[in-house]
Design a protein around this ligand. Structure first.
Ligand code: SF4
Length: 465
């Protein structure tokens, strides 16, 4: 395949608001390797007109010959393809490359789009650099040539060794000045990938193998994580840490990552895939001004959690007592809070269980001062999730299986007058064949929403998020 040299490159995300952090890692990498790379990571242009005007302004000012579009989340497929269309209508000769989880999963469909020249599957740093340098034999590439779709070897995969080269840098040169002062937070990846196969998850091990060719998760090199922290704290007061590895205690990773860096004026949010130990909570308390741990649970009902675990549908679940103990441990320190992330509407809810989750939540709010928040969403279909091949046995109806299904739902988001935030976003929400169960779950979700609204209003400004 013959390629041109691309000295000027623009990277944008299909996700509105804060785009995925992968865009910063990628742009930083290109910049360090001699490419004039620029990215827009914080995009609040929600109306159709503002969205187009912003993109056209960037294209005019930067005159890139290559535009990279990150398509991580399936809800934004239509928005990502709209970006490609705007770029090509402004300058048909500008090359468009699409990457990210969703683009990798639906590579066969997306490459046929007339406004897409290339797809980079899986990890993108080295393939993107080689594309910019006009090289041949670029790994992980899907492209069009002589009316054929061609693919190169899927051989570039991040691991602990090569992740030393991947870190955030040069933010003041790769991001616009106004944006630099507007980051509400920045994510730092401590690890990559997952070794679990939770039945609803599009980031599960099986999907990681299919879309990233990643057999096993890994913790990134400490050196790189420290570089990320040092660069990020120049521009934000809140760091979000994500991607712990289930079964591998992250204490040493955090301890070595924070050592000698003054984070006393900063806040931290930790997506705790591993249940935090007392020792880790103490470390976080001593390191940050304040911090929040978010623990992933599959249901508010202990019985349902443990049933899902027993059936092998989700990763190991904590008992109520284990969760209460984490909240008590946080309380001892005064500046560390714990909350939960949860999906409502899981299978195996018993008919007489209505109200159990509500009571559980009210108990936590009333009796555990260290409780911060509950992040929740309804169970929905995610591309590649194990449940897409098992939904019938679980009595579910799935509204999205094919690319066209996901695209159609993402178009509903794009066609709204103002692009929706999380609360109004259209998802391929699953339902059950049992209508009584659907009604119960709907009522349960509304009740939880109202309890949390009241709690959040009463605690406004108290926690980090
Ligand atoms: S939900 Fe389960 S499968 Fe998905 S990323 Fe978390 S632990 Fe892994």
């Amino acid at each position: 395949m013959k390629n041109n040299y691309h000295k000027k490159v623009l990277l944008v995300g299909a996700t509105p608001g804060m785009a995925t952090i992968g865009l910063l890692y990628l742009t930083s990498y290109l910049k360090r390797n001699g490419i004039e790379a620029f990215c827009q990571i914080h995009n609040n242009h929600m109306s159709d007109d503002a969205f187009k005007a912003n993109l056209l302004r960037l294209l005019k000012e930067l005159q890139p010959t290559l535009v990279g579009v990150s398509m991580k989340w399936f809800q934004h497929i239509a928005r990502g393809l709209k970006i490609c269309e705007v770029v090509k209508s402004y300058s048909p000769s500008t090359k468009v490359v699409v990457g990210g989880n969703t683009a990798s999963y639906f590579q066969n469909e997306i490459i046929h789009n007339e406004n897409v020249d290339y797809i980079i599957r899986g990890d993108g740093e080295q393939p993107m650099l080689m594309l910019c340098q006009g090289k041949e034999e670029i790994p992980n590439l899907v492209y069009k040539e002589e009316n054929q779709i061609r693919e190169t070897a899927f051989s570039y995969v991040h691991n602990q060794q090569n992740s030393e080269e991947i870190f955030i840098s040069d933010l003041d040169e790769i991001v616009e000045k106004d944006e630099l002062s507007s980051f509400p937070f920045l994510y730092i990846n401590t690890g990559k990938g997952c070794n679990q196969n939770c039945f609803y998850c599009g980031g599960s091990r099986q999907v990681q193998m299919d879309t990233f060719n990643r057999e096993q998760p890994f913790y990134r090199s400490i050196k790189s994580v420290r570089k990320d922290i040092l660069e990020s704290i120049k521009y934000t007061d809140t760091l979000m840490f994500d991607f712990e590895i289930v079964g591998a205690d992250p204490y040493n990773i955090y301890e070595q990552s924070f050592s000698g860096i003054d984070l006393k004026k900063k806040s931290g949010t930790f997506y705790s895939w591993v249940w935090p130990t007392d020792e880790l909570i103490e470390l976080i308390s001593l390191t940050f001004k304040e911090a929040q741990l978010l623990i992933d649970i599959s249901s508010l009902s202990e019985r349902q959690r443990l049933t899902l675990q027993e059936k092998g549908l989700v990763k190991k679940q904590p008992t109520d007592e284990q969760l209460f103990q984490i909240l008590r441990n946080c309380e001892k320190f005064g500046n560390v809070y714990a909350g939960f992330t949860c999906i409502l509407g899981m299978p195996f809810m018993e008919p007489d269980e209505i109200g159990v989750g509500e009571e559980w939540l009210k108990n936590i709010i009333e009796n555990f001062p260290a409780f911060s928040t509950l992040e929740f969403s309804r169970l929905h279909a995610q591309p590649g999730a194990p449940m897409l091949s098992a939904y019938e046995d679980l009595g579910m109806n799935i509204p999205a299986l094919s690319f066209q299904d996901y695209y159609k739902i993402s178009k509903m988001n794009l066609e709204q007058e103002v692009y929706p935030g999380l609360e109004r976003m259209k998802y391929p929400q699953i339902s059950y064949r049992d209508n009584k169960l659907n009604k119960t779950i709907m009522l349960h979700s509304m009740n939880i929403f109202m309890i949390m609204q009241e709690h959040n209003a009463a605690n406004k400004g108290k926690f980090v998020i």
